[in-house]
Design a protein around this ligand. Sequence first.
Ligand SMILES: [Zn+2]
Length: 292
Amino acid sequence: MKVYMFHYVKPYSNYYHFDLDEFDKTVQKLTTNKHIISLKELDNLVKKHQAIPEDAVMLTFDDGTIDHYQYVYPILKKYHCSGLFFIPSCTYNKKMLDIQVIHQLLENNPIETLFNDLRKQLEKKHMEPEEFSVEENLDSKKTALFKQLLQYKLPNDIRINLLHYFQRKYKINKDVSNSYMSIRNLKQMKKDGMYFGVHTITHPRLALQSKEEQAQEVKSNLESLLKSHLLDKECISLAFPYGSYNEDTIDVMKNLNIKYGFKVDDKESNNDEGGVVLIDRLDCNILREVLK
Ligand SMILES: [Zn+2]
């Protein structure tokens, strides 16, 4: 089985967005060549200890952004297939996630401008961006540093102040009412066979948190989704923000009866950690290559 992770799907493409037409063609191709399975189908196979078919593909969508309702859901419905959507609590508390603020900054401003500004701000604190190590990924070095410092690498008080500074200076729209899917949107999607999973309240790197903090992040998000009748209690899933988790996360999941943990890993393996099934996910950009 291959599990793909999507973020934004919009009518234009850049590094952050999967192009809408391309998404339509991708799903169409997958429905003819492969077998797109739902969380429920996967769970039935796992319960019966049956092998998951090689040609099975699962499509997952993170962060609950409105484009998932506007663009993804109609296409999945058109091809009669299911998706699994990970919904952080921003849907409920109307607060923009840090990751979305950072994406908006990068989308609307040259990285040189942002990075120089970050350097100037850090100088005031007698710090510089390069003193932090950077996890290499598809981003340029500056983009990766900018994102990672503002996501989690800076001390939290400095990080939050800087995010507010950037949000004000670069006029990031704080009105999130149109940025995330509403409970009504989600309920409609559920009727058409879509599945939902937990993605925490504030989207932190769980492995950097205490067990208590992790439990709070997961439990509160889980409870609000359960209260809105958006989860199938038999197969509750959690996607780790940024793919970050540790032993404590697994314990928290066991305590809360969360059966599936979705990672971010360019592998295709799944393994059972004593009742919790961990599933690797591939970045959706890989699909572009697969379908060429
Ligand atoms: Zn996320």
